[in-house]
Design a binder for this molecule. Structure first.
Ligand SMILES: NC(=O)C1=CN([C@@H]2O[C@H](COP(=O)(O)OP(=O)(O)OC[C@H]3O[C@@H](n4cnc5c(N)ncnc54)[C@H](O)[C@@H]3O)[C@@H](O)[C@H]2O)C=CC1
Ligand SMILES: O=c1[nH]c(=O)c2[nH+]cn([C@@H]3O[C@H](COP(=O)(O)O)[C@@H](O)[C@H]3O)c2[nH]1
Ligand SMILES: [K+]
Length: 417
């Protein structure tokens, strides 16, 4: 950068601000504007959730049962981000969620509905949130496709006493292999002049993708990189485990399902239990990245780094529904926690996940500018999965805004408040 800033000390450097004994949350601090000498598009958001797991977009969906299961994991991976599957389910169920997310190629959430030919449709609700009902020989996703009924043809159908076979579209819907990505699906929709296709995996219809959905997702702001695809060409998925004996068996299931990074899910990560688990993972699965936490102090972080973690999850009491500070009287303002832990983690090449308390893209810019490599979100993402598809848009506009936001900051040599 050819611009040399004028020697005017104005505001506080981060070094000074975060060493006065106070603890700041994101909303207690704001950066001073500086000098811009590159376009927002020049900001590259690609990052790493842990030492060896790269992301095109620095967002991580939190291991919460209201946030991260297969739909969120597929959507995050397709956007170049990642989700961490929660562990409030059996090990085999958690492994199945990982497999289902890794076996998709489109970020569109669909829940296909199937009926046998001799059944009736009683109300539009029978369509659930799918615009089509597929008619198959035995009414399930694995049997022969016979035809389909669209929601509007059902509502226009005046004689509701008819069986679906009497008014279904006679031609079986077009199907394509599940491994088709959006571009390939779009081509088939054009060529076959159809409004939707079924995705077939081992002769089972696993998804129904409509033209409208493809148009909607295509319209999103461009994203920096490809989806977060692992070396084996599959989408990347994370998973949370605890630090008890039975979590070692859980981990075995997850590794077999292809998990790419495992997060030790604890409100206080600096414990003998977690140190043991970190050493266990590094010994038994040296190829697997393990993230330790949660931590908020340099001492906690140092212990986990010495034990061999590949990432640190930072936050105590920072989550929107977090009760740690009220319940246990421990925690730290998230801006201070991220700044302090990042200030030593980067010396060991350990990426920091700023976990919790994100409710707007300004918080994301702050977390990343204070030293985090990625931000982990729960409530900011949870609301969007109700309306399938808003989630992708939220992340994409978040990424675009963050590109813009960081744009004004990274031109700093040091950060001023
Ligand atoms: N920032 C925050 O406040 C965070 C809160 N959480 C939430 O808290 C939930 C669980 O966190 P924790 O209760 O801390 O779970 P935890 O599993 O870390 O601890 C639960 C209790 O079990 C004990 N324990 C853990 N491993 C043990 C072992 N091997 N042998 C004997 N005792 C052992 C712990 O000391 C603790 O008393 C997470 O699933 C998440 O929902 C999670 C992360 C961050
Ligand atoms: O004390 C807690 N009790 C809980 O039940 C709980 N659930 C989630 N979390 C933590 O909050 C983070 C998500 O925070 P946001 O919703 O603000 O993104 C998550 O990533 C967690 O760190 C919890 N903390
Ligand atoms: K939290």
């Amino acid at each position: 950068m050819d611009f040399t800033p004028p020697p005017i000390e104005d505001g506080f450097t981060a070094e000074k601000l975060f060493n006065q004994g106070f603890s700041y949350t994101y909303d207690d601090v704001i950066f001073l504007p500086h000098y811009i000498d590159f376009p927002a598009e020049a900001v590259n958001l690609s990052s790493r959730i842990s030492r060896n797991v790269p992301l095109s977009v620095p967002f991580v969906a939190s291991p919460m049962d209201t946030v991260s299961e297969s739909a969120m994991a597929a959507a995050m991976a397709s956007l170049g981000a990642i989700a961490v599957i929660h562990s409030n389910m059996s090990p085999s169920a958690q492994a199945a969620v990982i497999r289902s997310a890794k076996s998709r190629r489109v970020p569109i959430l669909s829940h296909p509905v199937f009926l046998p030919p001799s059944s009736y449709i009683d109300s539009p609700d029978d369509f659930a949130d799918s615009p089509y009902i597929l008619v198959t020989e035995s009414g399930d996703s694995k049997s022969k496709l016979l035809g389909y009924v669209s929601k509007e043809s059902y509502t226009n159908q005046n004689d509701k006493s008819l069986k679906v076979r009497d008014y279904m579209a006679p031609s079986a819907p077009i199907t394509v292999p599940w491994i088709h990505d959006l571009k390939e699906i779009d081509k088939v929709l054009e060529e076959k002049k159809t409004d939707f296709v079924g995705l077939l995996k081992d002769n089972e219809v696993v998804d129904v993708i409509t033209k409208d959905e493809v148009e909607r997702v295509k319209g999103y702001p461009k994203l920096a990189g490809p989806g977060s695809v692992s070396a084996d060409g599959e989408w990347m998925v994370g998973a949370a485990i605890g630090t008890r004996e039975q979590d070692k068996e859980r981990l075995e299931h997850l590794v077999k399902a292809g998990v790419n990074v495992v997060i030790l899910d604890s409100s206080q990560g600096n414990s003998s239990y977690q140190l043991e688990m970190i050493k266990y993972v590094k010994k038994v699965y040296p190829e697997l990245d393990v993230v330790g936490g949660n931590v908020v102090t340099m001492y906690q972080a140092e212990n986990l780094i010495q034990a061999g973690v590949d990432g640190l999850r930072v936050g105590m009491g920072s989550g929107s529904i977090c009760t740690t500070q009220e319940v246990c009287a421990v925690g730290r303002g998230q801006a201070t926690a991220v700044y302090k832990v990042s200030s030593i983690a980067y010396k060991s090449g350990v990426p920091v996940i700023a976990d919790g308390g994100i409710s707007n893209s300004g918080h994301i810019v702050k977390a990343l500018s204070l030293g985090a490599s990625t931000v982990m979100m729960g409530s900011f993402l949870a609301g969007s999965t109700e309306a399938p598809g808003t989630f992708e848009y939220q992340v994409r506009t978040g990424a675009a805004q963050v590109e813009g936001g960081i744009h004004g900051l990274v031109s700093y040599e040091k950060k001023y408040f």
